[in-house]
Design a protein around this ligand. Sequence first.
Ligand code: MLT
Length: 402
Amino acid sequence: MKINQALADLPAGYLFAEIAKRVKEYSANNPQADILRLGIGDVTRPLVPAVVEAMKQAADEMGTPEGFHGYGPDFGYDFLINAIIAGDYLSRGVEIAFDEVFISDGAKSDVGNLQELFGNDAKIAVTDPVYPVYVDSNAMAGRLGKYENGKWSGLTYLPCNAENGFVPPLPPQRVDVVYLCYPNNPTGTVLTREQLQKFVDWALENDALIVYDAAYKAFITDPAIPRSIFEIPGAKKCAMECCSFSKTAGFTGTRCAYTVVPKELVFSGVSLNRMWGRRQATKFNGVSYPVQRAAQAVYSPEGQRQIMENILYYQENARVIREGLTAAGIQTFGGVHAPYIWMKTPKGLSGWDFFDLLLNKAHVVGTPGEGFGPSGAGYFRLTAFNTLEKTREAVQRIIQAL
Ligand code: MLT
């Protein structure tokens, strides 16, 4: 059997698996350490009552002959697709057709899988630092060349750093696909409408695709900042958008998300909407009925009010981290429209050295910037998803450790 050499050759482990492994080892050797986790962006607030109630009702229905559901529609139940279109798009003046929405079990799976739409020799660009799934999934498909000195030879990196205000430059050479994630993971920064329009204009001029990951859109506090790339004129001809209930409504363990693939999205004369539908219908069997009912409940008036309370809670955590570290003289970025705070490591430490220092001296876990790409060197990411008490404690411990 000939193996997929590109997958076999992938460097190191998946970032968050690697961190979990290191923390587990540390914990086993130091069982008395009370470790505070601000590493992986996993939520801590329980599901809101409106969501739980809808899930329970749907589970009860499933136990009756009339209410039982077997395989659902390939791309999601009508009730959820219609709720998404009304709640996330029409409410912001964006028209999305019913058959442009594809329900899935996660934005991570969608952003990892959608590279199957690209030719083997498609050229890819990512903002740098970046959510590692975009890079790893293209590397697994053998599209990125060789990994040398922390970089893929065939990947175009668009550096985002303190010097350029974390605004990525347009690709300096021809690429077929650009991945954009806003609010950004890991830097927690956003793009304005004008900055996003430049990417849309560039994609239209260059017959390129934008993969837009909007998993963190619920954290945007300024109505002037776009929540969807489809708020930008021309985007339906050049972009697909991945969204998730994970961070919006605490579904990290429940699993529900959606991707919008506009019908105007046509490359080499072929509709990406048709291709994605064909791919999903073949390889995916949908999200369970109770979970889709639970996701629908997110859009009810009480669901909206309740999830907003949780988002405000996490935003307060972000403020505690940002203001606490800044007052202690640490340079921080993001964390205003996003649950991530991106900080400069002190004393020029590498992200991994700082990771070790914090774990050993403060028993606090964060994520080293290097894990997100070469431009992450010398930076560190903290999440706002822990409890307020633990977040306060973590900030104190970090300051003391320094
Ligand atoms: C992160 O920490 O970057 C996120 O949890 C990743 C994810 O949502 O898969």
